[in-house]
Design a protein around this ligand. Structure first.
Ligand code: LLP
Length: 431
């Protein structure tokens, strides 16, 4: 099932016309192709099956934490990768079994550790020696044993955007590989912890297999040393980060991670260890199955540029502003074949020059009232949104085949304002 295709002159989400969705819920709004998400999960599971080892796909909830999205994967047997109590609670609410949940992050609080221990999750991916000590103490207080995987910083350049690379020695993530002997020595004394695994995650939106191969090779080498030291490992967690196409290949850059090369790298490096594997893909499962639907408010011809002003803004989708991310933008009405393209800046209504979705983008002519889709926004879209400029959160719609459902409604202004409380000294007089 293709997520988004032109049919009968208009762009559809699976079999639902986007124009109909815009009519029903208004714009801006996020639209997710739920059938396509599940198809991608199945395809990934089958590709990873070629490694020949037992595999758990723990969907990285941060990419899109909507309970309906998580549930779609849980229904197919997925686990979850969570980084906070909120994400853990969402995964549980979506029906993910606790024994398929991994908890990552450099800053877990004692309360989060306690909640996850009581829940009975698969493992904590520990990122520092101090964290191990705190986890040991929390587990001791609760009379439990905490299952732990050590997240290793392999010092590998993931060749992705600096803000989303996590596997270099200078990043805050993971335990430096040269601190492993000291960490293992400490683990022998921390009686409330059980070492179950090793983990790596070197970054996000990776489009080359080589950095993965380098990181997995280091992990495999370390695993052999740990096993030789008499430890027993139950699994290896290879993280996420698989890159998706955000449009055609440009500037000599590959459009997406070649999955077969990735799978081959997994097999070559950790395959012979025979340990069950955990993966933590987020973007790969949801990114291309979501779009942000917006309407053109104005088209303004400036002295040197033409601006297409949308009713969606950087508060709805921050990726272009934050990472200079490139998202494909298409009109919902199918452009006539051979329509002349013109370069435009696609911008939002927010009072900042950074509120821009695309610079000098070639688009077919658009006019006020036209619907526009910003593609590949199923991952790190709605979840990174804010209400800046007191704009209402965009609603979210999920389709599957010909069905569609509003899975998050647009709140009204009264509800948003009601979240603000006045302190007593301002309440009465209003002065
Ligand atoms: N596992 C760990 C430990 C992670 O830190 C992440 C993402 C993932 C898995 C999932 O990565 P994915 O498969 O989705 O690439 N906001 C940024 C992306 C930040 C990713 C943070 N960590 C963006 O919009 O590009």
């Amino acid at each position: 099932e293709a997520a988004f295709v032109y049919r009968d002159g208009g762009l559809q989400a699976e079999q639902v016309p986007l124009a109909r969705i815009a009519e029903a819920v208004g714009t801006p709004c996020y639209v997710y192709a739920g059938g396509a998400m599940q198809a991608t999960y199945r395809a990934l599971a089958s590709a990873l099956g070629a490694v020949g080892l037992p595999t758990t796909i723990c969907y990285a909830v941060k990419a899109n934490p909507h309970v309906a999205v998580i549930r779609g994967f849980a229904a197919l047997g997925a686990g979850a990768d969570v980084v906070s109590e909120g994400e853990l609670r969402r995964a549980l609410a979506a029906g993910v079994p606790p024994e398929r949940i991994v908890f990552a992050g450099v800053g877990k609080t004692e309360a989060e550790m306690a909640f996850a221990l009581e829940t009975g999750i698969l493992q904590f991916n520990a990122e520092s020696i101090d964290e191990l000590k705190v986890l040991d103490a929390v587990a001791g207080r609760l009379g439990r044993t905490a299952p732990v995987a050590l997240r290793v910083n392999p010092d590998v350049d993931a060749r992705t955007h600096a803000k989303i690379a996590t596997g270099k020695a200078g990043n805050k993530f993971g335990i430096d590989i040269d601190q492993m002997p000291a960490t293992l020595a400490l683990l022998r004394d921390l009686k409330n912890l059980r070492l179950d695994g090793l983990a790596v995650h070197i970054g996000s939106q990776l489009v080359h297999a080589e950095p993965y191969e380098a990181a997995f090779a280091r992990l495999a080498e370390l695993a052999r040393e740990v096993l030789a030291g008499g430890w027993r490992l139950r699994h290896l967690d290879l993280g996420g980060g698989m890159g998706i196409p955000y449009g055609p290949a440009r500037d000599g850059r590959s459009a997406a991670l070649p999955l077969d090369a990735y799978v081959a790298a997994v097999k070559r490096t950790v395959g012979s260890l025979g340990l069950p594997l955990v993966f933590e893909p987020g973007r790969y499962l949801v990114g291309n199955a979501g779009l942000l639907l917006a309407r053109v408010l104005y088209v303004k011809q400036g002295r040197s540029k033409r601006f297409v002003i949308l009713d969606a803004a950087m508060n709805d989708l921050i990726r272009p502003t934050l990472y200079d991310a490139w998202h494909e933008i298409v009109p919902v009405a199918e452009p006539a074949p051979g329509a002349a393209l013109e370069p435009v800046d696609v911008v939002g209504p927010i009072c900042e020059s950074g509120d821009i979705f695309a610079h000098d983008r070639l688009l077919p002519p658009v006019a006020p009232g036209d619907l526009i889709a910003i593609l590949s926004t199923g991952a790190y879209g709605a979840t990174m949104s804010s209400t800046y400029n007191s704009r209402l959160p965009a609603p979210e719609v999920m389709v599957r085949g010909g069905d569609s459902a509003v899975i998050k409604a647009r709140p009204d202004h009264a509800a948003m304002i009601a979240q603000d409380r006045l302190p007593a000294w301002l309440e009465e007089s209003g002065r």
